[in-house]
Structure formats: structure tokens, C-alpha cells
Design a protein around this ligand. Structure first.
Ligand SMILES: Nc1ncnc2c1ncn2[C@@H]1O[C@H](COP(=O)(O)OP(=O)(O)O)[C@@H](O)[C@H]1O
Ligand SMILES: O=P(O)(O)OC[C@H]1O[C@](O)(COP(=O)(O)O)[C@@H](O)[C@@H]1O
Length: 320
């Protein structure tokens, strides 16, 4: 089984604070606080490692607070190929309101890598390409990097014949999508930004996703929070219904979906089974804080509960 590499240019420590009945602009009393190593690619690797995959992580990590990441990598046997930068990796605040089942994210800009750091990163990616067939490029760009940075990496990885998943936002997503990764995983807001029109129903979301399928892009997964997700390829559109479970924190739900999708695709599962696995991974993480999957029997139960249907042109549906 080949290794899966994730690239997180701007990882984050997630400081989760539980505040029931959270009111912005007021004095709030918190109930619980927890810190986790995070950032999109770090989370994807962590979920895949829980599922038994060999993973490697790279990107830029602040030297001064790297311990929490190093602990995670050691614990889950994730290969650490992060380039170290002077200073601290950003910390993001995640306010979870369990009573209202709401998560509020405050994400910071992060550390700025130098030209020499970027060169070092490119060398690490080159080294990882010797052992990894899949590359996940995920998250916000750090300050100072050009919006076309993901596009540059994608173009290079394409020449090496790699499978590439892009999960980013704003201009970096737009430029990256044009470079033709294998899979795109926008959430509904990111898809709206990409296609520049309101997407109000399943059909318009499907059409928006289908617009992105071209050249190398063979699958677009649009995640829609509690509305589930659409899996759109050349031949079909599947709708994966989320599970009705008690939400603790939605932080990492999208990353879990990416991880579950890759787990399915690398096993050679049909798209409907991949959609089921991806949704089960997401369900597994929203019931807890931190980028971890539940034990196998629980995950197995979630997989069996996910409902996937085909979205047909005349809106006739068929259970998969
Ligand atoms: N409130 C929720 N209830 C149930 N499932 C959810 C909820 N929020 C997210 N999910 C699951 O996680 C998946 C990804 O979530 P989403 O919030 O769209 O991703 P992102 O974090 O990338 O914005 C969804 O497709 C769904 O299966
Ligand atoms: O790189 P960005 O877009 O600032 O996002 C970083 C945040 O995204 C996360 O990876 C969670 O992502 P998702 O909720 O989209 O799966 C957090 O761990 C992290 O704080």
C-alpha cells in the first residue's frame, strides 16, 4: 500500500472552547477547553493513520510550538517532513456551543515562510514523491505566498503522475482548480465563490460542480454541512445523507470527508461506497473534539447507516 502525503502550508493549533449558549458581544462563561494539533492536511493524515494508512505530512511548522504536532505524529506513526520556521504556528479559536449545536471558527493568518523555506519545501515534496502516490493540498495559504502556489505544486505533481486532492478556499482554490488536480473538495460556500452564482438547490449545486470537471479533474465533492455532500464525476451524481447524530464539534468534518474518500478510492471501492465511507468518517469526528476517528465497530456502524442516492436529471432518485 503506497503512502499518502498531505501538504499543509499553514497548519494551526486548534484551541477549542466549549461555551453553551454562546453570545457574541457578551461576557461568556466557558465549560471546557482543549488544544489539538490541526490544519487541514494534518487532520487528513491523522484520520487516515487511524484507519491504518501509512501517511506523511509536510508544509511549514513553527519551531517554537511544534511539540503538540510532533506528539501526534509519533503517536500515529505519521512521517514528519514539515519544514521548521522560526516562531510559532498560528492558534485558531473554535467556540463550540453544544446546546445550539454550533461551531464558531476564528482562524489567524499564520507564519510567513521565506524563499529559502519554500525551496526546502519543494525539495521535501520531491522526496515524498518517491514513496507517495496521493498528495492532499489543503488549507489557507500563509501570508506572502502567491495565490498560484498550489497551482505550481499541482502542475509539478501532475508531471509525476500523482493523484492530487485540493481542498482550499478563495483565490488559491480558484488558481489551483484551474491547474487540474484529480479531485476538488469545495464546501458549498467555496463552490459559490468559484462559480460566482447563488446555488440554491441540488440541481444548481450539481451543475456548479460539473462545471469544474475538466481535463484532469475527475471528481468534485461538494460538502454541505448538515445537508450532506454531493459526489460528482463524469458519469454520475451521488448525494450522501449525513447521519443524524449529536454534534460536538464540526471542526475537521471536511478533512475527515477527504480522508474517508481517499481511503475508499485507494481500496478501489465504487464511488457510492467511497461516499459512504467519507460520510462515516465525518460523522465519526463530529461526535468528538480533535482529529480522531472512533473505534472500528462504531465506524462500521456509521458506514452501514449512511444513505447514498443517485441524483438523476429529472430529479428521479434511486437508492444505492
Ligand atoms: N451539523 C452536522 N450534522 C451532521 N453531519 C454534519 C454536520 N456538519 C458536517 N457534517 C458532515 O461532515 C461533512 C463535511 O462537513 P462540511 O461542514 O460541509 O465541511 P467543511 O468543514 O469542509 O466546511 C458533511 O458532508 C456531513 O456529512
Ligand atoms: O487553513 P484554514 O482554511 O485557515 O483552516 C484551518 C482550520 O481548518 C481545520 O483544518 C478544520 O477544517 P474543516 O473544518 O474544514 O475540516 C482546523 O483544524 C484548522 O484550524
Amino acid at each position: 500500500m503506497s503512502k499518502i502525503a498531505t501538504i499543509t502550508l499553514n497548519p494551526a493549533i486548534d484551541l477549542t472552547v466549549r461555551v453553551d449558549q454562546f453570545e457574541p458581544g457578551r461576557v461568556n462563561r466557558g465549560q471546557q477547553m482543549q488544544m489539538d494539533a490541526g490544519g487541514k492536511g494534518v487532520n487528513v493524515a491523522s484520520f487516515l493513520a487511524d484507519y491504518g494508512h501509512a501517511t506523511a505530512v509536510t508544509g511549514f511548522l513553527g519551531r517554537d510550538n511544534a511539540a503538540i504536532f510532533e506528539q501526534l505524529f509519533t503517536q500515529k506513526r505519521i512521517e514528519d517532513a514539515f519544514v521548521r520556521l522560526p516562531g510559532q504556528t498560528r492558534t485558531g479559536i473554535k467556540v463550540i456551543d453544544e446546546a445550539r449545536q454550533q461551531t464558531t471558527d476564528i482562524n489567524m493568518p499564520g507564519l510567513q515562510p521565506s524563499e529559502a523555506d519554500v525551496e526546502q519545501l519543494m525539495a521535501r515534496i520531491e522526496q515524498l514523491a518517491a514513496t507517495c502516490d496521493w498528495f492532499v493540498l489543503a488549507g489557507h495559504l500563509p501570508p506572502g505566498l502567491p495565490t498560484g502556489f498550489y497551482a505550481t505544486i499541482i502542475e509539478h505533481l501532475k508531471t509525476l503522475g500523482k493523484n492530487i486532492v485540493l481542498d482550499s478556499s478563495q483565490a488559491a482554490l480558484r488558481a489551483g482548480a484551474q491547474a487540474g488536480p484529480t479531485i476538488l473538495k469545495p464546501n458549498i460556500d467555496e463552490l459559490r465563490q468559484l462559480v460566482e452564482r447563488p446555488l440554491e438547490d441540488e440541481t444548481s449545486i450539481e451543475q456548479g460542480a460539473r462545471q469544474l470537471l475538466r481535463d484532469n479533474v475527475r471528481l468534485v465533492v461538494v460538502s454541505m454541512g448538515e445537508q450532506g455532500a454531493l459526489f460528482v464525476d463524469q458519469h454520475t451524481t451521488l448525494v450522501a445523507q449525513p447521519l443524524a447524530i449529536k454534534v460536538k464539534s464540526t471542526v475537521g468534518a471536511g478533512d475527515a470527508m477527504v480522508a474517508g474518500l481517499i481511503a475508499g478510492l485507494t481500496e478501489g471501492l465504487p464511488l457510492a461506497e467511497c461516499a459512504r465511507l467519507a460520510t462515516a468518517f465525518s460523522a465519526g469526528t463530529i461526535t468528538r473534539i480533535g482529529p480522531h476517528l472512533p473505534e472500528r465497530p462504531v465506524l462500521q456502524q456509521y458506514i452501514s447507516q449512511v444513505r447514498v442516492r443517485t441524483l438523476q436529471p429529472a430529479s428521479k432518485t434511486q437508492e444505492e
